[in-house]
Design a binder for this molecule. Structure first.
Ligand code: AMP
Length: 500
């Protein structure tokens, strides 16, 4: 059934491209807490809850009023922050933390966040989720003026911009730096006197504000990191807002010209944990709504709705409820294997899918099955899963996807391959259907996705979300891409030693 003759695209998709390593990759979670005697322990717990946002490295920086302390490590939070000695080595009542995913090119120790520098204004540490679209341009400028970079992370430009700002106070220098960066950022920063949380003017990446007893405030990428420490969710940090917590309390500043927010819609589709809230709304409920829209838009007569676990599960429940078709766990996931997508090489990614999923044969034999997953990127997962379900005896396999076709890479912090490796950007729906080996394939429409997320169609003249991966409508300038052709970027990164 599967058509393997889609040669040009398929070659591009499956021959590992060594140049892939030469772009900045950031897919991260951030956490910060102040006024808490167990700041480091809470930060480690918060990072544990955010582990799905990045599994390659984790770091915590704490401050005890006089000094900063840091522990960083490649690997999972549970493996590297599990000893009391590590927590003891991070004293102080304020701390920030970061979990990071990067592909093999940028995964060296020196790129692990939070980053730290001793500035004229004192120690300053930064944890950044997102991706700056003018980082290379700024970096070149800063290097030409004498800045000495320690890492290949785009986030380091923030530290250098603060260091070289002509303003006097740290707060003013930080805002000055924020005005110069473009792209997506949710940042948690720590100085001796303050904890700061901020989001870019469009609010592309998420950041929430929470509170524990007393005046202990928390910033986190998602509310699941508040739940794990029993903190109350106060609100989302607003797009373009700089929230500072110091000994005088909590202060909010809006230093950017007002713009219509465009938070990332892919957080709703895949990235955030389903038990998190975004702008007070349950991600789980939104995903079920997407499944309902999908069932309304592209229903098929079937015996069973089966999710591709875990990311397809809420949408599959919504689809099954709307279509009135029984829901069954026809595929069982092994939870002791990481997300296949983020394995560093294509070979391992292929192997990973087999390691991760197994067909529940008794449920599938002789059945017409609707498989539901959240997205198709390269098509690796769908191809393997459809084949697995057929091998287990399913009579027909219909694939339904709870997002529109992914046709563009994300330059705002969700790691996606370049366009030549995105299945939907290169072949037609009919070719994709043959390629993954399904009897039929359908994606929810962009309006269907919007209805599920915000109960309205997409406002095409002024979209409510960043949906560039589905529409090619990037909401910020992409300065580095516009100014530096790709080969130049690659050689520049090689020059500065990105293969750390
Ligand atoms: P692919 O196998 O390349 O088509 O990727 C699709 C699968 O990867 C889906 O099952 C998604 O749940 C998952 N996925 C989609 N986007 C991402 C991402 N940015 N990071 C990690 N996993 C992803």
């Amino acid at each position: 059934m599967t058509d393997r003759n889609l040669a040009p695209f398929i070659l591009a998709a499956f021959i590992p491209n060594l140049d892939d390593d030469d772009k900045f990759h950031d897919e991260c979670g951030v956490f910060g807490i102040c006024n808490n005697p167990e700041a480091a322990a809470h930060t480690v717990l918060g990072l544990h809850a955010l582990q799905h946002r990045g599994q390659e490295a984790a770091g915590v920086v704490s401050c005890d009023n006089a000094q900063f302390h840091s522990h960083k490590s490649l690997g999972h939070v549970a493996d590297n922050f599990n000893s009391p000695h590590v927590i003891e080595s991070l004293p102080g009542d304020c701390a920030i933390g970061h979990v990071r995913y990067s592909t093999s090119g940028g995964s060296g120790m020196r790129n692990i966040q939070p980053l730290f520098a001793d500035l004229a204004t004192g120690g300053f540490s930064v944890a950044h989720n997102g991706n700056l679209t003018n980082a290379l341009t700024l970096r070149r400028h800063l290097v030409s003026k004498g800045s000495i970079f320690q890492s290949t992370s785009d986030s380091e430009v923030i530290i250098h911009l603060v260091a070289t700002s002509t303003y006097l106070s740290l707060q003013d220098r930080f805002v000055d730096a924020l005005r110069r960066i473009e792209g997506a950022f949710a940042i948690v920063a720590l100085s001796k006197d303050s904890l700061i949380g901020t989001r870019d003017p469009l609010g592309v990446r998420p950041l929430v504000l929470g509170k524990l007893s007393g005046n202990s405030y928390i910033f986190a990428s998602e509310t699941c990191a508040l739940d794990i420490i029993g903190a109350e969710y106060i609100r989302d940090v607003e797009p373009g807002e700089v929230v500072t917590i110091d000994r005088d309390g909590i202060h909010s500043l809006k230093p950017f010209p007002l713009r219509k927010a465009r938070p990332c819609i892919f957080e709703h589709v895949y990235f955030s944990r389903p038990d998190s809230l975004s702008d007070g709304k349950s991600i789980y409920k939104v995903r079920k709504n997407i499944g309902r829209e999908l069932a309304r838009e592209c229903r098929v007569k079937a015996d069973l709705v089966v999710p591709v676990p875990d990311s397809g599960t809420p949408a599959a429940i919504g689809y099954a409820q709307e279509a009135n078709i029984p829901f069954e766990l026809g595929i069982i996931r092994n939870h002791y294997v990481g997300r296949t997508f983020i394995e560093p090489s294509d070979q391992i990614r292929h192997l990973g899918v087999k390691l991760k999923h197994n067909a529940n044969r008794g449920e599938l034999e002789g059945k017409i099955v609707v498989l539901v997953d959240d997205s198709i990127v390269r098509g690796t997962t769908s191809t393997k899963i459809v084949d697995m379900v057929r091998q287990a005896g399913a009579k027909e396999v219909h694939m339904r996807i709870a997002s529109p076709p992914t046709i563009e890479p994300c330059y705002y912090g969700v790691d996606t391959p370049e366009k030549d490796k995105l299945l939907a950007a290169n072949i037609t729906l009919a070719e994709m259907t043959r390629y993954i080996g399904a009897d039929s394939l359908a994606f929810v429409s962009i309006d269907g996705l919007y209805r599920a997320v915000c109960a309205k169609d997409r406002n095409h003249s002024s979209p409510q979300y960043c949906d560039a991966c589905f529409t090619s409508d990037y909401p910020t300038s992409l300065t580095d891409r516009e100014q530096n052709d790709a080969p130049a970027q690659i050689s520049f990164l090689k020059e500065i030693g990105s293969k750390s």
